[in-house]
Design a protein around this ligand. Structure first.
Ligand SMILES: *Cc1c(COP(=O)(O)O)cnc(C)c1O
Length: 391
């Protein structure tokens, strides 16, 4: 029988749940785009985006998804034939590298072993060999959503030393979920998108630009050029045409919730706590079952927004969880053995109630499908949250 009748639960790593308040703000007819309230709302969104990234630099908004953000970032950053060093920890780092290569950039990949973060020493040694400074940019993800590996951005920046390459970061899966301080950490370029930690529907990409970058590359085309967007006077100039009216209202509410109502530090702590509950559950499930394991062994290198794991029969488990429990889990994207891997998204507008439901669904599915697993996972997850929440 099925227990799926109820509000469907989406536990994939993006798009994440959209808060009712954001949806309500978006549920409106188009407004004037030349004057009136929307102009102020847009200005508030732009200011909030800078606060969110911890920068006094510029931000260019685009209508598009994360891939659009990649294209905006890469084409404004580099000229045709420039060399970029991409630190790869999974499918998204590899995806950014492939995207840049297709644009005519000479891409070199520094790939970490599966489930491991980029090694600052390896980066330092590669850059030390680059005596004539052919490498113009170092690109990496903060969190690779496929493996749930989290890179230590300050350590990587420090490893770059005084090499002049720009440091460009994809924080699409992590911004809003864990700390990122663009200016303090020496990040020159940051990319993110609306639909993961930022709690709005897919459709907006953002590129933040530090003072070292000047734009004006030979790869950039008029729509993607960030210069008119960061210098915008009129609303249409921010967006390279008609602004996405409803999305701007939605982002405004989402950013207020994140920055003003919950507060960024509290949001990060919530994500960290929920992630620890997931890890505690997996520690129990995997005890004595080596085929069932978190992809990232080192807790310091685990994302706070998504968890990848191998589970024998994961594809069947995911299908069962959707049909019988009404919970959709993430695909084992990019795993060596995708049919025996899955991911749990725990980013954005997510409470303990939803997360505990997801963990209980995973356990129910493993029990129903006779997938061997260790006991005590739900007790461990609840104990962890109880300890963190306090009395
Ligand atoms: C989701 C994601 C992307 C791609 O974003 P789309 O909106 O799917 O184009 C890129 N990088 C990372 C780290 C992501 O999590």
């Amino acid at each position: 029988m099925s227990f799926a009748f109820g509000h469907p639960a989406l536990a994939i790593p993006g798009p994440s749940a959209t808060p009712d308040r954001v949806l309500r703000a978006m549920h409106r007819a188009a407004t004037d785009i030349y004057a009136g309230e929307l102009v102020q709302v847009n200005a508030r969104v732009v200011a909030a985006l800078k606060r969110l990234a911890g920068t006094t630099g510029d931000v260019a908004p685009y209508i598009g998804n994360g891939h659009a953000g990649w294209e905006a970032a890469t084409t404004n950053l580099l000229n045709r034939g420039d060399r970029a060093l991409v630190l790869v920890n999974g499918m998204f780092g590899a995806g950014w590298a492939a995207h840049a290569r297709a644009l005519g950039i000479e891409v070199e990949e520094l790939t970490s072993p599966h489930g491991q973060p980029a090694d600052p020493a390896a980066l330092a040694s590669r850059l030390a060999d680059d005596r004539d400074h052919r490498i113009r940019a170092v690109l990496c993800t903060q969190v690779d959503t496929a493996t749930s590996v989290r890179n230590d951005l300050p350590a990587l920046r420090a490893a770059m030393g005084d090499h002049p390459a720009a440091f460009a970061v994809d924080a699409i899966a992590s911004l809003g979920c864990e700390p990122l301080r663009m200016d303090d950490w020496g990040i020159d370029l940051l990319v993110s998108a609306s639909q993961k930690g930022l709690m709005a529907p897919p459709g907006l990409a953002f590129v933040w630009i530090g003072p070292r970058l000047k734009g004006g590359t030979d790869l950039v085309t008029p729509y993607w050029d960030w210069r008119p967007r960061v210098a915008a006077q009129a609303l249409w100039q921010y967006w390279g045409g008609t602004p996405p009216v409803q999305h701007i209202y939605g982002m405004d509410q989402a950013l207020r919730m994140l920055l003003d109502d919950e507060g960024l530090d509290a949001a990060h702590a919530r994500h960290h706590g929920l992630a620890q509950a997931v890890w505690a559950a997996f520690d129990c499930w995997s005890a004595g079952h080596p085929g069932l394991a978190l992809t990232v062994a080192d807790p310091a290198a685990r994302a706070w927004s998504v968890t990848a794991a191998s589970i024998p029969g994961a594809t069947g488990l995911r299908d069962w969880a959707t049909r019988h429990m009404g919970t959709t889990l993430g695909l084992g994207l990019g795993a060596p053995d995708p049919d025996n891997a899955l991911r749990i998204g725990h980013m954005g507008h997510l409470s303990a109630q939803s997360l505990l439901g997801t963990l209980a669904v995973v356990e129910t599915a493993m029990t129903a499908l006779n997938i061997p697993h260790g006991p005590g996972a739900l007790t461990a997850a609840t104990a962890r949250l109880a300890g963190l929440a306090g009395a």
